[in-house]
Design a protein around this ligand. Sequence first.
Ligand code: GLC
Length: 563
Amino acid sequence: MTQELTTPAVQTEPARPGSGRGWWRDAVIYQVYVRSFADSDGDGVGDLRGVRERLPHLAGLGVDAVWLTPFYVSPQADGGYDVADYRAVDPLFGTLGDADDLVRTAHELGLKVIVDIVPNHTSDRHPWFRAALADRPRGAARERYHFRPGRGADGELPPNDWESVFGGPAWTRTAEPDGTPGDWYLHLFAPEQPDLNWDHPEVREEFVSILRFWLDLGVDGFRVDVAHGMVKAPGMPDIGRGEQARLIAGQALPFFDQDGVHDIHRSWRRLLDSYGGGPDGARVGVAEAWVADAERLALYVRPDELHQAFNFHFLTCPWDAAGMRRVIDESLAATASVGAATTWVLSNHDVVRHATRYAAAGPEQGLARARAAALLMLALPGSAYVYQGEELGLPEVLDLPDEVRQDPAFQRAAGQEGYRDGCRVPIPWSRTGASYGFGPGGSWLPQPETWGGLSVEAQAGVPGSTLELYRAALALRRRLPGLGDGPMAWLPAPEGVLALSRPGFVCTLNTLGTPVDLPVPGRELLASEPMAYGPPRGDGAGAAADGAGTVRLPADSCAWWAV
Ligand code: GLC
């Protein structure tokens, strides 16, 4: 099933000698949104062969692992997060053989592979849901999902007042073959994504079997989609009119972050551990859990649960030094309390890209801040996630015409904020050509004309480019023993500036819109903007970048220093 790949020579930094505490604790994990990364067959949609051919870019970038978004058989009602067959690859993305080849090639290049698992819901085309619909009116096949009679005289009202994350009621009514309305089923997301009933033993057994299937194929772990949603509060109580928006902000909802989800994660941890592998070969689980605070999040990474959880509190933190410091402190304290490593993430396929989120005063500011934020993130203790294209400084595409948008949240306005197609536009690899090297054909979402100039080809080898900044940062991160997992302390710094210290290392971040002068913290290793040294010493020479004199940190900049 494997076809030999001619892998271009890749120069990678030697891996940091493992801490022996687990590879995930300081791994940099690159998120590949498969439909938008690389298209090998010219149909305009990225695929697994495309990913495999581009793996040398990721190895050369210096990341440790790749997370692939869902590529399973799916009607694509939600970009593949509506799975109809968990053990097969959708023809849109290739074959099972392609998945096998991809995993093997990644391993040859020293990259681990994490795949997405979607346990909260299936597709409405999944055989279980087809069987449930056919099992009228209240047959056993419906018990794997949440079917309920409606309220009101004729059952014409949904069973409770829950709203879908994508907008509108979280319930859809079924119809009998003669058109008579029947029971309702629950879907926290689109109607094409019915929620599974995790109290049903067959659901639990099936997912253990699915996880085994991919573990046996050789994957190194799973990103667990909606890991906070599988268990619903007993009795599915109403939330109360008008309450929902406020509660969603704090996530105190009867369908999210229920304590019962932890039993599932514990059983999955036992399964992952049963594959052995030791600290450097362990199979891992990472929770996508949008929960109220760092303490709630830490529950997902207790020693007998998953290995990592996405730190969305860091992602959602505005560009503000005090706020960032608070989030960093809270995150570190919470994960330390359970002995886990922290994760950091700035962008993913569900949120506005950070180069645009930070662009209060325009795109130039957004890019400067995005570059600075990346250096901050990569200097923090723990593991970091990089979303495809952020290493190119890509902004959100804000002007997609309505007719090309595919995010189901867009069709159901008033749901999840921000339509998610703008961060999913296929990434540019070359200056010119159809879809800027994304593939030999077009691209499923139109790319801005300026993107050739942001392509890998345009930035590779160009000093100061965002791509080279990421490469340099990742190479240093591997080389410097003080980075990755380990201790961190804050140093005194003026308001608006963060200065953090790691063994042999200092990172300074200026979040202000104006330059700030500081005593030179050490020998400059890397900076998101050119640093200016001064003032002149007595002999008339400028202070050197070696620890003497003062340095002027430019507005919205970050620098790394050896001390
Ligand atoms: C997660 C995914 C998102 C998807 C949702 C429903 O939040 O990241 O893309 O729409 O789950 O599966």
